[in-house]
Design a protein. Structure first.
Length: 276
């Protein structure tokens, strides 16, 4: 059995102790039952925490699924090595449609509808847009509740259909590449260049806890960033999206989902890739 206190102490400094404790409970449950235990939906950082937890158990392996083939938010299953069945991830898939002649809905609108229904972000996987509307994945235990309550998003009446996982379309990622010159690889400087806002405004967003680096809340404006880092921003518009339990992953100017640092990192020039 893994040393629980040692693992929690490892995650304590990074602020992930609570998440690690929940995942440890699942891993220990899988170990004791010789079956499997499944988490809520996790972002990529949460999945990384789960991988570290699972690595501390000799007889437990980790499997993941988010419905979509290239899902970002996924459930993790801690599976006992002597369990020979397939873990049930407990997911349900939906297609939601609305009249696009009169209503233009965003990722934020759909998430806001769920928050308004009293749902936590952890019950939802990815949301992707399709010509007819959108597809999303959710926790199966909420199927009836979602079917009965998701009748409107914003001011748009919507129709909801349960679909199979095979019906889910692959997520497409649009990118644009820009180059920016920065004096230092500080978070405020790089993020400001990438999102097309002033450095002081970005510093305010970081201070307001509206920016994440690699899905973890940014520590401060001077936090160093490096090649491969992913920067997400939740701009404040009325009620903070952070208060609603989610990050919009949209830029202030370019409507980008997130930005990546890519290419050769030097002191003066960094290339920032945008997802739109």
């Amino acid at each position: 059995m893994a040393d629980r206190e040692k693992i929690l102490r490892y995650f304590r400094a990074g602020g992930d102790e609570e998440l690690a404790a929940k995942l440890l409970d699942l891993a220990e449950g899988a170990h004791r039952s010789r079956k499997f235990r499944v988490s809520d939906f996790l972002d990529p950082h949460g999945c990384n925490v789960a991988e570290i937890v699972a690595a501390n158990f000799e007889n437990v392996k980790l499997e993941t699924s988010g419905g979509f083939k290239n899902a970002e938010r996924m459930k993790v299953a801690f599976v006992a090595e002597d369990f020979f069945g397939q873990p049930d991830f407990g997911m349900v898939c939906f297609k939601v449609e609305w009249d696009k002649r009169y209503y233009e809905l965003s990722h934020r609108d759909i998430l806001g509808a769920f928050m308004g229904m009293g749902c936590k972000r952890e019950i939802l996987g990815d949301i992707i847009f399709i010509p007819e509307g959108a597809q999303f994945v959710a926790d199966k235990s909420f199927t009836t509740y979602i079917m009965n309550n998701l009748t409107q998003i914003g001011s748009a009446p919507v129709s909801l259909t349960e679909i199979t996982e095979a019906d889910l379309l692959q997520k497409e990622e649009k990118v644009k590449v820009i180059s920016a010159t920065v004096a230092a690889l500080r978070l405020d400087a790089v993020a400001a260049a990438g999102y097309g806002v002033s450095r002081s405004r970005m510093a305010d967003e970081i201070k307001g806890q509206n920016v994440k680096v690699n899905w973890k809340e940014a520590k401060n404006a001077a936090q160093p960033v490096s090649e491969g880092d992913i920067i997400l921003s939740a701009p404040r518009q009325g009620r903070s999206s952070r208060d609603q339990g989610h990050y919009q992953k949209r830029s202030f100017k370019h409507h980008a989902e997130k930005i990546y640092l890519m290419g050769r990192v030097s002191r003066y020039v960094d290339t920032v890739r945008f997802k739109q």
